[in-house]
Design a protein around this ligand. Structure first.
Ligand code: GLY
Length: 358
C-alpha cells in the first residue's frame, strides 16, 4: 500500500504539527515484517529546520537524475558554505580555543554503507569528505588530523573557518562566561548576566545546531546525511552524535531513515537514530518512533541536566522518513521545534510535536 501525494499533504500539511497518528493503519499493523512496501512515489526529502535550501537542492538534483546521496550532500553543502549558519561548516561556532571542528556522516541505504569524519578542521564541507570515506576507503570513520590529511589527499581547499562574526561571539563568550579567569570584556562593559549551565550570551542555550537531511527516491531507496560544527565552545576534540552511525544518522533501505539535531551526548548514550529505525521496523509510525526514543532518553537523563520541573532541560530533535514515504518527527522541547518536509513538489516548514511544553 502506498499513499497518494494528496494523502501525504493531508498527513503532514494539516494543522501546526505533524499529526500523523492513524495514517496508514494497514502499515502500522505490519509488525516485525522487517520490510515495508515500496512507495512508488517521491522523491521525498526531510530535514532539520535549517534544511529548506538543502531539501530543495536535493529534490532538484534527484529530479535531474543525480545520484540521490550526491543530491543530498550538494544540498547540505549550501548550508556548510553559508557563513551565516553558525552551527554548520564555514561560520560554525568554534571550540573553546576558537578553532572550528566539524563532524559529518553519510549513509547510503542501497549498499548499506556509511562514511563519516569527526573533528575535521579547516575544510568547510565535511559531508563531502564523509562521502569519500564511504566510497574511496575501506573505513567508516576518520577523525582529526587523519581526516584533514584524507581531505587534503582528495584536493579539498583548506581555509580558516572562523568567520569574523563567529570569532566575536566566541571572544564574547570567553570574556563573559566566568569571573574566575583573566579574560576581561572591553572597558566599560559589564558582565551581562549569570552564566548558568550552558547558557549563551544571547540567553539561548549553547548551540548544538546541526543540519540533517534524509531522502527517499521514487524507486524506494533511502539516503541520509548529518553535518555540524557541534557543540559551541566545546572541549577541543569533543565529538557529538552527528558523525556516529546509529546516533546522529541511520538508514535501513528496508525500513526507513532517521537523523537528529540537538544535544549529541543524549543521542550518543541512546543510539537514537538506530532506535527510531528499529521502532519503525516494529510497526511504529515515524512520529511514534521518535517519541518513544525521546521518552527513553528523557527517562535516562541525569539530574544535573533537568530543569526545576524535573524535565530534560536540553533540546533534542529526531526526524524520521519511512520507506513508504510517511514522515514524522518529535522534539524534546518547543524551542525551534520545526522540521522541513519536501514532498517532491514543494518544501514546507512544519511544527514538530514535543515531549515537554513550556
Ligand atoms: N547534535 C550535534 C552535536 O551534539 O554535536
Amino acid at each position: 500500500m502506498s499513499m497518494t501525494r494528496r494523502g501525504f499533504f493531508a498527513t503532514v500539511g494539516a494543522g501546526s504539527a505533524l499529526g500523523i497518528g492513524g495514517a496508514l493503519p494497514a502499515l502500522a499493523q505490519q509488525e516485525n515484517t522487517g520490510e515495508l512496501p515500496r512507495p512508488g512515489k517521491g522523491p521525498i526529502v526531510i530535514g532539520s529546520r535549517n534544511a529548506m535550501a538543502a531539501a530543495a537542492r536535493a529534490v532538484e538534483g534527484m529530479r535531474k537524475g543525480e545520484d540521490p546521496l550526491d543530491a543530498v550532500i550538494r544540498g547540505i553543502n549550501i548550508v556548510e558554505d553559508d557563513p551565516e549558519d553558525d552551527s554548520v561548516g564555514l561560520g560554525g561556532l568554534p571550540n573553546e580555543e576558537g578553532e572550528v571542528e566539524l563532524d559529518s556522516s553519510v549513509m547510503d541505504g542501497r549498499a548499506h554503507k556509511a562514511g563519516a569524519v569527526a573533528g575535521l578542521r579547516r575544510v568547510r564541507n565535511p559531508s563531502s569528505v564523509a562521502a569519500l570515506v564511504m566510497r574511496r576507503t575501506d573505513h567508516v570513520l576518520i577523525v582529526g588530523e587523519g581526516a584533514l590529511r584524507f581531505a587534503r589527499a582528495h584536493g579539498f581547499k583548506e581555509e580558516n573557518l572562523l568567520t569574523e562574526k563567529a570569532r566575536q561571539v566566541w571572544l564574547e563568550w570567553k570574556e563573559q562566561h566566568s569571573d574566575h579567569d583573566d579574560w576581561l570584556p572591553p572597558e566599560g562593559t559589564e558582565k551581562k548576566k549569570e552564566f548558568g549551565w550552558k547558557t549563551r550570551i544571547d540567553g539561548s542555550d549553547f548551540t548544538y545546531g546541526t543540519i540533517h537531511v534524509s531522502a527517499l527516491t521514487p524507486g524506494g531507496d533511502l539516503v541520509g546525511c548529518t553535518s555540524t560544527s557541534g557543540l559551541s565552545f566545546k572541549i577541543p576534540g569533543r565529538i557529538g552524535d552527528s558523525p556516529i552511525i546509529g546516533a546522529g544518522l541511520f538508514v535501513d533501505n528496508q525500513v526507513g531513515a532517521a537523523g537528529s539535531t540537538g544535544r549529541g551526548e543524549a543521542n550518543l548514550q541512546n543510539c537514537s537514530s538506530f532506535l527510531v529505525v528499529e521502532l519503525m521496523r516494529q510497526g511504529r509510525t515515524p512520529e511514534e518512533a521518535c517519541f518513544e526514543a525521546l521518552r527513553r532518553i528523557a527517562a535516562r537523563t541525569e539530574p544535573r541536566l533537568r530543569n526545576p520541573a524535573g524535565e530534560p532541560g536540553y533540546q533534542l530533535k529526531l526526524y524520521a522518513l519511512r520507506r513508504d514515504g510517511l514522515v514524522g518527527g518529535a522534539a524534546m522541547r518547543p524551542a525551534d521545534a520545526e522540521m522541513v518536509v519536501h514532498d517532491g513538489n514543494e518544501a514546507k516548514t512544519l511544527r514538530m510535536k514535543t515531549l515537554y511544553g513550556g
